[in-house]
Design a protein around this ligand. Structure first.
Ligand code: A2P
Length: 325
């Protein structure tokens, strides 16, 4: 049985969710059907994944085939991409996600990145004609705060969202939002044994912001920051040894380690066997937790903080976490 976590407004969120960021949209319909069959009750979606139509089709098919499970038992998240941060565009993005997913509301709506950028006339990202990069709004903090106020108004004046939050926000990005009438309830961030993100998780906990881990298995195939080459989490020797001792997989260790640290984890898999195996949560002793906690100290920087796999410079052209943990 997967435990629920409780957000600051009382909304329950299952501690194990299914990530839907995959390069093969044609595979997502079957993956979501399989995830729901397996028992996943938390789906993590986004405008950017460009597959909410497939996710929604699978969701509707599955709910029709399983009338004993109401929509309200499934926690659905979607996110707003940086080029849709004005009040009108943000509402447009939410409405288009609701329509594609075929639902009346999402359980959580998140700002995907602490970045506000321009769009083109087709609601796609506008690109700089010179360097093909994102065109940033001139005053980022003001644009982010305004977007957050729109999120609050969606929460308080519509029935379209049950909870609001952010993703990829550092403590610097979070601080201005703490003074608003409704601070974020979620911060979805990179967390795995090579990047435990401990400081940001405890900052979030202090402010009643629930951390949610993306790339909990170490984000296979992502570029490693600053060009360092590091081993992948799923082939890490310490995890390999522990998995062999316990007779489970490394993925199961990563998932259990996250849930026992007190946040929700969002592993993704397009493979039915792995998707099902990931849902079988193992239990770790304190000593086993400690062994996994120690891994990041041997990776990348020698300060125990490990190394990120996600590189925002490639996406946005600047380091939005400069000088931060
Ligand atoms: P696949 O879809 O072929 O299973 P993360 O969730 O950290 O972003 O990692 C996702 C990656 O991990 C995907 O490439 C997925 O590949 C792979 N993956 C998911 N579950 C497992 C597992 N149990 N064992 C090995 N690889 C896995």
């Amino acid at each position: 049985k997967i435990p629920n976590l409780t957000l600051s407004n009382g909304t329950k969120i299952p501690a194990l969710g299914f990530g839907t960021f995959e390069d093969v949209p044609e595979g997502m319909y079957n993956a979501v059907l399989c995830a729901l069959d397996t028992g996943y009750r938390h789906l993590d979606c986004a405008w950017y994944y460009k597959n909410e139509t497939e996710v929604g089709a699978a969701l509707r098919t599955w709910l029709t085939q399983n009338p004993s499970v109401p929509r309200s038992e499934i926690f659905i998240t979607t996110k707003i991409w940086p080029h849709l941060m004005t009040p009108e565009d943000l509402r447009w993005s939410l409405d288009s996600s609701l329509q594609k997913l075929g639902v009346e509301y999402v359980d959580a709506l998140l700002l995907h990145w602490p970045v506000a950028a321009e769009r083109d006339e087709n609601y796609e990202v506008a690109k700089d004609p010179v360097n093909n990069g994102y065109i940033l709004k001139p005053d980022q903090p003001a644009a982010l705060l305004a977007a957050w106020e729109t999120m609050i108004s969606l929460l308080t004046t519509t029935t379209k969202v049950k909870a609001i939050g952010v993703s990829n926000f550092s403590t610097t990005h979070l601080k201005p939002l703490l003074h608003t009438s409704h601070p974020p309830m979620i911060n979805q961030i990179e967390i795995h044994p090579y990047f435990p993100n401990t400081h940001l998780i405890s900052f979030c906990a202090q402010h009643k912001i629930q951390a949610v881990a993306y790339s909990p298995l170490g984000s296979q195939g992502q570029t490693v920051r600053q060009g360092q080459t590091v081993a992948t989490v799923l082939t890490d020797p310490t995890l390999q040894a522990l998995a062999a001792e316990k007779g489970c997989s490394i993925a199961q260790l990563c998932i259990a380690w996250g849930i026992q640290r007190g946040y929700a984890v969002l592993p993704k898999s397009a493979n039915e066997g792995r998707l099902r195996a990931n849902f079988e949560v193992v239990s770790l002793s304190e000593g086993e937790m400690e062994r996994i906690n120690g891994i990041a100290g041997g990776i990348g920087r020698k300060d125990g903080k490990g190394v990120r796999m996600v590189n925002p410079i490639e996406m946005f052209g600047f380091d939005l976490w400069e000088g931060e943990d």
